[in-house]
Design a protein. Structure first.
Length: 180
């Protein structure tokens, strides 16, 4: 995920904002994405200033240190538009922790049953998360953004469950291959 581009998007849609407001909007608008740490946000803002994507718009003193508000520059809008014009390329490598953990479990499990037990435990965790997300969708009061995040996560969890089922079907073959 590009923190730079998400912050550029917030500034483009909402105008001048202080660092804290940008962080709050990032976390509110991008539900399901890891919340932005303050340190990461201010490092990103410094880089965006250096690159000319944003400029300081105003300084305010409100009981404490100065608060700096930022505005989007023409260069920042051009960078955002360029980024938005490019399709996201599907991953070429598996980087999911789940995949790595399953392969390692197959490597170290003393027998096929231990490997099956790991997958069964993981399946239980996935199903519980799916129930939580389904409650978000059916409980009423969710925003469209919350619904979109829940749908995205549910579809990914469903894909993981289907992959785990296929892996369970092939567990004997996989263990033989991994242990070879």
């Amino acid at each position: 995920m590009s923190t730079t581009h998400s912050l550029l998007g917030i500034l483009a849609s909402q105008g001048i904002r202080h660092g804290y407001e940008l962080k709050r909007e990032h976390d509110r608008r991008l539900l399901g994405v890891r919340p932005l740490a303050f340190g990461q946000m201010y490092t990103t803002l410094a880089r965006m200033l250096r690159n000319g994507y944003i400029a300081e718009a105003e300084h305010q003193r409100v009981s404490g240190p100065d608060r700096v508000a930022y505005r989007l520059t023409t260069e920042g809008r051009a960078e955002l538009d360029q980024w938005l014009s490019q399709a996201v390329q599907p991953a070429t490598h598996v980087s999911a922790q789940l995949f790595v953990k399953v392969i390692v479990a197959l490597l170290v499990a003393p027998d096929e049953e231990a490997a099956r037990s790991f997958l069964a435990t993981q399946r239980t965790v996935h199903l519980e998360r799916m129930r939580e997300l389904t409650r978000v969708k059916t409980g009423g009061g969710a925003t469209v953004t919350e619904l979109a995040a829940a749908d995205y996560l549910l579809n990914h969890l469903d894909a993981d469950l289907r992959w785990m089922a296929t892996t369970l079907d092939r567990i004997g073959q996989l263990r033989s291959e991994v242990l070879a």
